[in-house]
Design a protein around this ligand. Structure first.
Ligand SMILES: C[S@@+](CC[C@H](N)C(=O)[O-])C[C@H]1O[C@@H](n2cnc3c(N)ncnc32)[C@H](O)[C@@H]1O
Length: 301
């Protein structure tokens, strides 16, 4: 179904571009760097040293987020139950052929990925991993409702390119699976996504830009269940939203993506939202951008 083009990113790690989605899998600055800064570091994995955790990786792709997670957990001897959702087998097939990708991780990661590719499953004393192939909107229902996740990675293509995975209805299913101290982590700082997560009862934080990447005001979002606010430990990777980011949530950009029966096409979801924006009384996003001296490219979705 997919046509994929290989891309070498600036940190020397490989990624792909999807011709059908017209989008790269990772930032051109670095696939490996993106995984570390936007997913692994904000996960605070030291919390689980020698302990067990449940993780859901939505949009497994080449597997950078899961590989980086597994790599850290191998080192600190944690026990993991991992579920991953992905519609296309080709990116994993590509990873397994790419020596430079495999060399980034402990040899055990290759063994796990090979098993996920062949059998959709891997299990040993430490790790139990399942890859559910198909549309994440459907496959998420297969995960037993008794399983609550400590970490959920949401790494779909951007909301404008793949709105199906950023709607109120899908995000509601996702957040139901988060445990009371769990983190939902995404690279997206879209106002629509943030507002939806907040409306679903989560407390939202911004992932701080790294030192060498000051072009963007945020590297993404961490959403945490508010029921456990008091036990929230300070984290050097994310912090409360700035005034500018809060104001972003008051603009038309915060109008959510909707997919009532979880089977709408991309175009239907986008058009529905455009109609809603047209009749909205919210402040225009351009006005907000001008007020904060921003160019369109500094506003990442
Ligand atoms: C930005 S890439 C993910 C990058 C990935 N985390 C990695 O480390 O390579 C988005 C992925 O979403 C997958 N995808 C697109 N639509 C999907 C859907 N409805 N359900 C599940 N996966 C989907 C694509 O096949 C692609 O692999």
């Amino acid at each position: 179904m997919s046509e994929l083009i290989e891309i070498l990113t600036k940190d020397g790690s490989y990624s792909l571009r999807s011709v059908s989605f017209k989008e790269n899998f990772h930032s051109l600055l670095g696939a490996l760097e993106e995984t570390r800064l936007k997913f692994t570091d904000p996960s605070n994995l030291q919390r689980f040293k020698g302990e067990s955790l449940n993780v859901l990786d939505i949009c497994f792709g080449l597997g950078y987020n899961s590989a980086s997670l597994l790599n850290e957990l191998i080192r600190q001897k944690s026990y993991l139950s991992l579920y991953a959702l992905e519609i296309d087998k080709k990116p994993l097939e590509y990873s397994l052929r790419n020596k430079s990708f495999l060399k980034l991780w402990s040899p055990k990661v290759e063994k796990i990925f090979e098993s996920l590719y062949q059998k959709d499953y891997f299990e040993d004393q430490f790790f139990k991993c399942s890859l559910l192939w198909g549309d994440a909107r459907e496959k998420i229902n297969i995960i037993p409702s008794s399983i609550k996740f400590d970490l959920i990675y949401l790494d779909g293509f951007s909301p404008q390119k793949c709105p199906q995975l950023w709607t109120i209805e899908f995000l509601s299913k996702v957040t139901e699976k988060l445990n009371s101290q769990g983190y939902l982590i995404t690279y997206s700082s879209s106002a629509a996504v943030r507002k939806t997560l907040r409306n679903l009862g989560l407390e939202i934080f911004t992932i701080k830009p790294s030192f060498n990447n000051r072009t963007f005001w945020s590297q993404g979002t961490v959403a945490i269940s508010t029921s456990d606010k008091n036990t929230l430990k300070p984290n050097f990777n994310f912090e409360k939203l700035s005034v500018m980011e809060e104001e972003h949530l008051l603009t038309r950009a915060s109008i959510p993506y909707r997919d009532q029966d979880l089977n709408s096409s991309k175009d239907d979801i986008i058009n529905r939202r455009l109609d809603e924006q047209l009749f909205s009384n919210l402040v225009s996003t351009n006005k907000w951008r001008k007020r904060w001296g921003m160019t369109k490219s500094s506003v990442k979705s």
